[in-house]
Design a protein around this ligand. Structure first.
Ligand code: AMP
Ligand code: MN
Ligand code: MN
Ligand code: MN
Length: 277
């Protein structure tokens, strides 16, 4: 049987639109044979997702996508094949939840000053745990007709530098990598081209990542074109990192690609799943 890996996606445990069960069902319908759920800063969806994956006979990998800080830059580091309950990892998650709650309170204050009250209670009501994301605020702004789309919510209010933007100091890169390693997982740089780094900064990041114990980068991701995939494959080769494959699927209706609709990892790249299989 053809193997189809999708090692990056989101459920309602963070900012995805589908429950873990709905997500796994959709992956199975799309012929995914190995799925990793990688919600932002939480492992809460993993038990439900695994139960459904077992029922549908698809392989399931415990994952997470940690929000991290590297030289004033917010980056996303995926952890694959983690032990979800590991205390070092859960400590980092607890700290991230505090940061997210404090940020949410500040975002709500900024919105209130712009004449948009009650945002905090609304997002606390729609988030399934303490992982309150900007997408929760965006959905609130759409539901109250302050904007007509999530994209408009980011463009007008929530995007970097916009009126309700609040900067946060996330977990340091090295701490996040150590936590993933402690939990027996593989640290992976998520969507490396989405940070708009110069080639020099990218090499600096990958050097720091590798030094701290990082093992892979996403070489195939939802929104990349073939040229970008070649660039990423070159980085993986240069820094002796394995390659991962992930759609970053969030919702059936947003701009991200469909679950499992991914290019094949170039044959020159060592697949990340060989690190745990
Ligand atoms: P947060 O981690 O709470 O800052 O939220 C970031 C999340 O917002 C990302 O993981 C994306 O899912 C989503 N996001 C970021 N920018 C946009 C955008 N322009 N339009 C829609 N969703 C976005
Ligand atoms: Mn997201
Ligand atoms: Mn991300
Ligand atoms: Mn993601």
């Amino acid at each position: 049987m053809t193997q189809l890996y999708d090692l990056h996606c989101h459920s309602t445990a963070s900012d995805g639109a589908l429950s873990p069960t709905e997500l796994v069902k959709r992956a199975a319908e799309n012929a995914v044979t190995t799925l990793a759920l990688t919600d932002h800063d939480t492992t809460d969806g993993l038990i439900e997702a695994r139960a459904c994956a077992d029922e549908l006979h698809i392989n399931f990998v415990n994952g997470i996508e940690l929000s991290v800080q590297w030289e004033k830059q917010c980056l996303h580091i995926v952890g694959l094949n983690i032990q979800p309950q590991h205390e070092v990892l859960q400590k980092v998650i607890a700290e991230l939840h505090i940061m997210r709650t404090e940020r949410a309170e500040k975002i709500a204050l900024k919105l209130a000053k712009k004449g948009i009250p009650d945002a905090l209670a609304a997002v606390q009501g729609t988030a399934t745990n303490e992982t309150i994301t900007r997408v929760h605020f965006a959905n609130f702004l759409v539901s109250q007709a302050y904007v007509s789309t999530v994209t408009e919510a980011f463009d007008r209010y929530l995007g970097d530098g916009k009126v309700a933007y609040v900067s946060t100091t996330w977990t340091p890169l090295e701490t996040a990598i150590q936590a993933i390693l402690a939990a027996g997982g593989i640290p992976v740089v998520a969507h490396p081209l989405r940070y708009n780094l110069t080639a020099t900064r990218m090499r600096k990041l990958l050097g720091a990542f590798k030094n701290a114990g990082g093992q892979a980068i996403e070489v195939v991701t939802g929104r990349y074109n073939p040229d970008e995939m070649r660039v990423l494959a070159n980085y993986a080769t240069q820094f002796e990192l394995s390659g991962s494959v992930g759609s970053d699927f969030h919702s059936p209706t947003n701009q991200w690609i469909e679950l499992g609709r991914l290019a094949v990892l170039p044959v020159s790249i060592k697949p990340v799943w060989e690190l745990w299989q």
